[in-house]
Ligand binder design. Structure first.
Ligand code: MG
Length: 278
């Protein structure tokens, strides 16, 4: 039950709840108020409304971004790029990436740049929330099959496509916000090239039992405030012109940003590892 009585102070609300539902079974020691005489939840760990259940950790939420300003990350985020250095990133062979940093954003360098290829986070992540802001080049660079092409790869394997799809042109499962080669976005929420766009992603890592797939990876994606994947079950690592197939890997892996020879820009990249309920 949700009681919306925001016009009353919380003490009046609590008193009202007690008046209506009675005091029986209520534990009010030093911690939060709750119950111990309620049914156990099916997992057998906590009573319904259990007073002993740990309180969520308090964080300071961030703010939404605008074209002029990046979003402000929540206080418990791991900031991977904030306009400064690439200290949290490496190349495939463990060098410092030579992507261009200017005016607070990051840009994929020309293809021939030494150490300018795809880059990986130094830290590994399993289940996580990722926020990334990106912009396709304006005017567009390259042909229709590579227009604003980049991508975020979870575990370096599962690609959420970054592309200039403002006016379509490429196959459905290759456009911006596609889970590449598997699922087109539910709608095309792309902005014009040159505009900042936002991905907010919930990624659930696949589970393996030895070599056997126990549970697939899942992705929920919000593109510019619009849900474009709702808990989509991935078919395996994403692939170009090939069928996806899972191959066992560990519980955590790096995030990868794809360099595809197209000067896509990025700003404000942060991640929050997700954990189970206590
Ligand atoms: Mg790509």
């Amino acid at each position: 039950m949700v009681l919306r009585m925001v016009q009353f102070p919380s003490c009046i609300l609590v008193a009202g709840v007690l008046l209506v539902f009675g005091f029986q079974g209520v534990e009010q020691k030093s911690g939060p108020i709750g119950y111990t005489d309620t049914p156990m939840l099916p997992d057998g760990k906590w009573h319904v409304h259990d007073s002993a259940r740990p309180q969520p950790i308090e964080i300071t939420p961030g703010t939404s971004c605008s074209q002029a300003m990046p979003d402000k990350p929540p206080s418990d985020a791991i900031v991977l790029f904030d306009g400064g250095s690439l200290a949290k990133w490496r190349t495939a062979d463990d060098h410092e990436p030579r992507w261009t940093i200017k005016d607070g954003f990051l840009q994929i360098p020309p293809e021939e740049t030494p150490d300018g290829g795809s880059m990986y986070t130094r830290e590994s992540f399993g289940d996580c929330q990722l926020h990334i802001e990106w912009a396709a080049p304006d005017p567009p660079v390259g042909d229709v099959m590579n227009r604003g092409n980049s991508g975020v790869f979870f575990f370096g394997l599962y690609e959420l496509q970054i592309f200039d799809s403002y006016r379509g042109g490429i196959y459905a499962d290759g456009q911006a916000a596609a889970i590449y080669g598997q699922y087109p976005p539910l709608v095309n929420a792309s902005r014009e090239p040159g505009q900042w766009q936002v991905f907010d992603v919930l990624f659930t890592a696949p589970r393996f039992d030895g070599e056997r797939l126990q549970a697939p990876a899942y992705m929920t994606v919000i593109h510019n405030g619009v849900v474009v994947h709702n808990h989509a079950a991935l078919l395996g690592p994403t692939a170009h012109r090939a069928s996806p197939q899972y191959k066992m890997h560990g519980a955590k892996g790096p995030l990868m940003l794809q360099a595809h020879g197209n000067p896509v820009r990025f700003r404000n990249i942060w991640v929050r590892p997700l954990k189970d309920y206590p």
